[in-house]
Design a binder for this molecule. Sequence first.
Ligand code: MTE
Ligand code: HPA
Ligand code: MOS
Length: 765
Amino acid sequence: MGARANGRAVGKSLAHDSAHLHVNGSAAYTDDIPEPRDLLHVAVGLSSKAHARIRNIDLDEVVAATGVVAACTAADIQGVNNCGPVVADEQILAADLAEYAGQALFAVAAQTVDQARKATRLVHIDYEELEAILDPMTAVEKQSFVLPTETLQRGDAKTAISNAPQRLQRRLDLGGQDQFYLEGHIAMAVPQEDGGLLVYSSTQHPDEVQHLVAQATARDAKDVVCICRRMGGAFGGKESQAATIACIAAIMANKTGRACKLRLDRDDDMVMTGKRHDFVIEYEVGFDDSGLIHGVDFMFASRCGISADLSGPINDRAMFHCDNAYFLENIQITSYRCKTNTVSNTAFRGFGGPQGMHAIEYVIDDIARTLDKDPLEIRRRNFYGINERNVTPYQQVVEDNIVNDIIDQLEVSSDYAARRAEVREFNTKSAILRRGIAITPVKFGISFTATHLNQAGALVHVYRDGTAHLNHGGTEMGQGLFIKVAQIAADELGITVDKIRINASDTSKVPNASATAASSGSDINGKAAQAACAKIRGRLTEFAARHFSVKEAQVEIEGNRVTAGENELSFEALIKLAWLDRVKLFASGFYKTPKIHYDRETFSGRPFFYYAYGAAVSEVVVDTLTGEYRVTRVDILHDCGTSLNPAMDIGQIEGGFIQGAGWLTSEELCWNAAGELTTHAPSTYKIPTCSDLPIDFRVTLLQNAANREDTIYRSKAVGEPPLMLSLSVFHAIRDAIATEHQPLPDLQAPATPEAVLRAIDGDNR
Ligand code: MTE
Ligand code: HPA
Ligand code: MOS
């Protein structure tokens, strides 16, 4: 395999394979697929109550409306009325109990989108209203949970805290976040001959769509094919919940015998589908005068909504990441998975990790401010060690710790110390405009926490003209997975990327694929594709050696050229010869992540193959009269191992960071007293835009950072970790508003201008 190390594509900043299509508008998203004859458009009728028994749904006027062909309730579902991905606890269409305002109750199919949407409003629903639980702490009080409470304990936190020289405690409110993918949820179900069903879905998990659609329509998996060429963003929002949309389209296709498309409009998408879990966090910490943490006790109460969805692994990941990069010898974590009468929350970039990390970073910041020290000093004081103080609360040994190196490098390259002094100097002279600066680290565990999901497959065909067809189990959501896997396949086959056709994710090509999630897409699909290509390359090498009577070691295949001893020919010519010799020119590949294991009962093991690291320094200026702020400069140093594609990786780092900054600053979800989400459009929900970019934005990849584990080309996953670099923005804002009079401002996230003003005024509670 040595030759591939000099490969021509891996490690290069190749453009995204669809970049030219994205900019000229010809990239086909699910809604752009040519519509089949007789296509019907589906709209969904939603519950207007947060919690109510449904006595009756009267669809007479709906069905009679212009253009309407059919309407369905739960009673029309031929198969199983379930879209719960892990626990079968969520109905596709609620049968007799509405559990949140926005829950799907019925669906309508009509000739046009407008006709379908208008018809939904003609329904008459007889509700019997019930008491609703609308926030996590009420759920804790009433013991309303979607899953059992989990605890993780190492050492003796209580004793360590009470014996420590200093103690602090605080409650944190941490808001949720809408994924706000630009392409909303969509699916089109097209009946095929003899009971087959083809489903085009904007999904991170075609396999799950295939299985849940099969279950809902009383089919076998063999009778359903799910295809997704690309998503216009997903960010976790399409990991589990794309299946609900696909199931509704499939149910309507079943009912009408016609192709049915369901495309949610933005408001319905935001109301109907799950978001990042908001958390209530309580901490108590004991520490000494050097800032060393002796013991910490965390309480996490997260808003899961009405069903389990992915809340189990999400809350587990929050528990796994409330150490971030710090050794916490005595720790106790209690995690409540609260059942509330709100939408079922789901995956969002970081998958609970950001919430856990926010908790410990706030603790560190509070300790530093209490001791009147630079928070960087307290961070360093508590970092994991290399050969000691290196075991996580869940018993994984941190073998690859590079956080100290990253922080040291970034401290220098960002000129942190001088700038911090300058910020302090500025603030002595400026009462209204105040500046702040913060440096925060990231250590993020890579692998699905559910060990069995860490598997992937690929399928590669080489055609007679020497070009190749590539499929793998991953999906493309803008992150650049497809070009990365194509780069790997090209180098492994010895051809250039332009000779490879990158194909849609398709359950009939690669079965049983996990969701493209947990940042593992390139790690696992890259290895699977490499394995498939290695088989073909092996056969070609064997053939060429035989054909030209040379040793296999004398055969080189690279850049569409083949040398076999003295002989030189094109890859295409070799393929022609191999085909004539009846060499098999296609192969499948499989990969499962090694070394990982984990016992959910004891919360111990090695859930993660390795960790990805990074750090960021953010500087802000805050107007203390209005609470408004600007991020003036950000320096990031991030670890992608040996990068597969630096351009893609830098894009992921920039995008992840900005998305995280949106979560912690401007994106605020509000529910009214009736449990209705009132922020369900861009007019009321503020995601970052170009004008919110840091004025000075410097992103660098850590050099000479080969993954110590045997990952694909020693790279590291990059999809989620950079999001958490944004914690530096939050703490820079807090730094700016801390004063002698108020050294520990009670700033809550999202730190909207209103929240900043409340913290300045000290009137949060
Ligand atoms: N980048 C873009 N452009 N769009 C997305 O939807 N999703 C993120 C991240 N980066 C996302 C993205 C999430 S939540 C994950 S888990 C990873 O991409 C998934 O892809 P990967 O495993 O190939 O990194
Ligand atoms: N990350 C993302 N998605 C997941 C995970 C995870 O750890 N586990 C199950 N689905
Ligand atoms: Mo990403 S939250 O694991 O889809």
